[in-house]
Write a protein that binds this ligand. Structure first.
Ligand code: SAM
Length: 473
């Protein structure tokens, strides 16, 4: 039997099944205990986060009035830490060759009908040019796991190619990486290649389900997968992004597991995850999402986001185009800080006129172009940001977190968001988007506290109009 220990480096001890079961029982016992719910909400208002047990009580609470308070607090915490900024990114699929047997993913080796494709370096260049022409500055690269077709050397070569492409005023300034769990040595190589965040979804924290859902291939090894972030940090990677594929197992179990993972990283490395992603299983080539009977309502999905926002206020939250514009709108308000836009989830998808489906990893539910997403965000009162300054200025890992906790990060983020939005408006936006954006920037300059900073920002914005690019604090 394993004993719960957040400081342990053993998967079954820091994600401890017995502790999760006890947490769920505690949440059930206390979900109607409004006095305790109030105490937890009071603690949450201090904006220092909640434990997995406390947050699980909030998630289980069914009292309408208390739930309204949970949503209001999540919205307020989001505003305090992230303002109205939403960071934009796009996934870039490099290869769908894969040796794993993940039952929910069409790239699994069992799928003998999906066309297999791996981008050449010239194709990577063409994809990056297409992404730069949309206005993207930040990518998340995605690949199946295949040591022969997609070894680490291939991934490293792709990263180098991506950073090297300079097309018109375009540039990819941050490459985040979402590839299978690997060794400390490989994480060190990724760090040296200048990656931003290393992202790896746990898929499910429930060990037995995990083993059933990953019947074959290296990903079958639960401990190796669950301990990946510790190896990544040992390899020098400062920012890691965790996530669960909601729908595979019971959402309450996953929610507790996610927070325990965050607590573990904080306890061992002194810094929690940089981001948390909340994908849900979607229809794909040979995948029917109803085959997994743990799907959750949009309402509960939004509540999970609100509870994550309250439990880990300093951790960014990501929502992809797996979700519809309607769900994205709701969930952004409750705590999401990063979204993808104009995404294509197939290998080589950005260079095709029409969105191709043949090598797609999942069916996207938000089909809008990046310009339409940017336009929509601004109309809803958000500032789309293409900023990549923090990691380029060394504001990563614990340094980023301490700036975030002291509230000082706002002084950089707000001006940087406005300057990168300005670049987007000048270089890529449609006329309507540009008009809305210029008015938004004018209004938002007024929200900068210090007059001296206002002046600097105005000057820098003029320089961008004059052709200068990549100005940041
Ligand atoms: N192959 C890498 C690995 O093993 O972690 C990660 C890259 S994979 C392209 C990115 C993520 O897509 C997976 O971790 C999984 O959570 C998600 N995914 C796979 N199949 C999906 C589906 N049918 N619907 C939604 N998301 C899916």
């Amino acid at each position: 039997m394993y004993k719960y220990d957040p400081k342990s480096l053993k998967a079954e001890e820091f994600i401890n099944d017995e502790e999760i079961q006890a947490t769920l029982a505690y949440a059930d016992e206390n979900k109607d205990n409004l006095e305790l719910v109030d105490q937890i909400l009071e603690k949450a208002k201090l904006r220092k986060g909640l434990s997995h047990r406390e947050a699980s009580v909030l998630l289980a609470c069914e009292d309408e009035k208390k739930n309204a308070e949970i949503y209001d607090l999540a919205e307020q915490i989001k505003k305090d830490f992230y303002g109205t900024r939403i960071v934009m990114f796009a996934p870039l699929y490099l290869s769908n060759y894969c040796v794993n047997g993940c039952l929910y993913c069409p790239y699994h080796a069992i799928n003998k009908t999906i066309p297999r494709k791996k981008l050449t370096q010239e194709e990577v260049r063409q994809e990056v040019i297409a992404l730069q022409d949309m206005g993207h500055k930040r990518l998340a690269i995605e690949s199946g796991e295949d040591p022969i077709n997609n070894p680490i050397e291939y991934i490293l070569e792709c990263i180098k190619t991506i950073y090297s492409v300079k097309h018109k005023n375009g540039a990819i300034r941050r490459v985040n990486v979402n590839i299978a769990a690997t060794t400390v040595e490989n994480y060190r190589k990724l760090k040296e290649a200048g990656i931003g965040t290393y992202i790896l979804f746990q898929e499910t924290y429930h060990k037995d389900s995990y083993e059933v859902l990953h019947p074959t291939g290296p990903k079958h090894n639960y401990a190796y997968h669950t301990e990946a972030m510790d190896r990544a940090m040992e390899g020098g990677i400062d920012d890691v992004g965790i996530g669960v594929l909601f729908g595979l197992d019971k959402y309450r179990y996953e929610f507790a597991g996610l927070l325990m993972h965050a607590e573990h990283l904080e306890a061992v490395h002194g810094v929690g995850p940089h981001t948390i992603s909340v994908p849900r299983v979607k229809k794909a080539d040979d995948i029917d999402p109803t085959a997994f009977d743990n799907s959750l309502s949009d309402e509960m999905f939004c509540k999970i986001a609100a509870c994550i926002r309250i439990a880990v206020p300093y951790t960014g939250m990501i929502i992809s185009t797996r979700e519809t514009p309607e769900v994205r709108e709701k969930i952004i308000r409750l705590g999401v800080s990063q979204i993808s836009g104009g995404s294509r989830t197939s290998v080589g998808g950005y260079t095709e006129e029409e969105r191709p489906h043949d090598t797609e990893q999942f069916d996207v539910s938000d089909h809008r172009t990046l310009d339409e997403v940017v336009n929509w965000l601004m109309r809803a009162g958000y500032i789309p940001s293409f900023c990549t300054a923090c990691y380029r200025e060394g504001r990563v890992g614990d340094r980023f977190m301490s700036l975030c906790k002291s509230g000082q990060i706002q002084n950089c983020c707000h001006p940087n968001a406005l300057m990168t939005l300005k670049e987007y408006l000048v270089d890529y936006a449609s006329e309507d988007t540009r008009k809305i954006g210029e008015a938004l920037i004018e209004k938002e300059i007024e929200n900068i506290g210090k007059d001296s900073i206002k002046e600097v920002v105005r000057k820098e914005l003029k320089k961008i109009e004059g052709g200068k690019r990549d100005i940041y604090f």
